[in-house]
Write a protein that binds this ligand. Structure first.
Ligand code: PLP
Length: 356
């Protein structure tokens, strides 16, 4: 099995398995938490022929236009912002910048799978902290950890959020420890830590344009934090890929950031759809965790997670399921799509449960 060309370091990696991305449109796709809506009309307009004709030139390594738009939106300075090729890249910069020999990283046992992949990539000592019995995260469980702490808030795939005050306690417990708060889903109803950036120079917030700004295919993420933290991330970026965001994505991201009205309309629609979906699932006998994200995490007493996933797929609906995942193996994660998509899902579930 093992490839003879691999370095010892590469042999120890733990590559992330992305959700299925079928190339045809045969599925109702509710498995990777994309937005069901198209990008803002302003994005479409900004991606002009004139801009395409400039693709012979490198992109701005400082991402000035994009970082400026992000800074303006959050009341920060451009020096408090770094953009990346998806927030996965930003997380990689952060893991490299703040962790290393004798400086480990801690994250939850049930959370975004990429933290494990990146810890392995950089050869970091990882401390895995169990969520509580009810799948909630308690910051008290991280208080004494001496290295970098990474918390997804809301957490994935549970969708459960913690209050900003909890993160604040963690930041205050050790001002020399970096706390990374991954706010990939924050726009769907959790409390953002961004307003605390001025008070805590050890707080790094990462966000993405993949979920709430309908640009998953544009690959855009960013981090917000103190000048010192952002400078550390830039040090890694300029050691890895100075032109990390391409010309068209810089333009698309800036336009998306500037269209606050469209952003709010889309987020509100998802929240409404989430409430409807949660009600329907509960009516069908599902247990649904309280979600602050654009997905719900649900299970049913009469059918296993694997069977749910398989049967839905056979009937044209893709959801996410994690095999061999211990206490979450009977849950499926369902992206909150359009009402049309969710209608198909609920009809399929109804049929499937009737057949049991
Ligand atoms: C989707 C996601 C990301 C990263 O998304 P990008 O598309 O790389 O920006 C980061 N963290 C969590 C928890 C996510 O779900």
């Amino acid at each position: 099995m093992m490839n003879r060309f691999l370095s010892a370091e590469a042999a120890r990696l733990a590559p992330y398995t992305p959700g299925e991305q079928p190339l045809d449109a045969q599925y109702v796709k509710l498995n990777t938490n994309e937005s069901p809506f198209p990008p803002s009309p302003r994005v479409v307009k900004a991606l002009s022929r004139a801009e395409v004709l400039k693709l012979n030139l490198y992109s701005d390594p400082a991402c000035g236009q994009l970082n400026g738009a992000i800074a303006a939106r959050y009341g920060l300075q451009p020096a408090n912002v770094i953009s990346g090729n998806g927030s996965d890249e930003i997380l990689a910069f952060a893991f490299r910048a703040f962790c290393g020999l004798g400086k480990g990283v801690a994250y939850a046992d049930i959370t975004y799978g990429f933290y494990k992949s990146q810890a392995a990539l950089f050869g970091l000592e990882a401390t895995v902290v169990s969520l509580r019995e009810d799948l909630t995260l308690h910051v008290d469980d991280y208080m004494d950890f001496p290295g970098t702490v990474v918390i997804a808030n809301p957490n994935a795939p549970t969708g459960i959020a913690i209050p900003r005050e909890d993160i604040q306690r963690l930041l205050e417990a050790d001002p020399n420890r970096v706390v990374i708060v991954d706010e990939a889903y924050v726009d769907f109803g959790a409390e953002s830590c961004v307003p605390m950036i001025f008070r805590y120079d050890n707080l790094l917030v990462t966000q993405t344009m993949s979920k709430s700004r309908q640009l998953a295919g544009g690959r855009l993420g960013f981090a917000l934090g103190s000048e010192a933290l952002i400078a550390a991330l830039n040090r890694v970026k300029y050691s890895f890929n100075p032109y990390n965001v391409n010309r068209l994505s810089i333009i698309a991201g800036a336009a998306a950031m500037e269209d606050q009205a469209y952003f709010e309309t889309c987020c509100n629609a998802i929240r409404g759809n989430r409430a409807w979906l949660t009600g329907e699932l509960e009516q069908l006998g599902f247990t649904v965790l309280p979600s602050s994200a654009n997905f719900v995490f649900a299970r049913h007493d009469q059918i296993s997670g694997g069977e749910l996933y398989q049967k839905l797929k056979q009937n044209g609906v893709l959801v996410r399921w994690w095999a061999d995942s211990g206490r979450i193996c009977d849950y499926v994660r369902i992206t909150v799509g359009s009402m049309e998509q969710l209608g198909v899902l609920v009809d399929e579930l109804q049929r499937l449960l009737d057949e049991l």
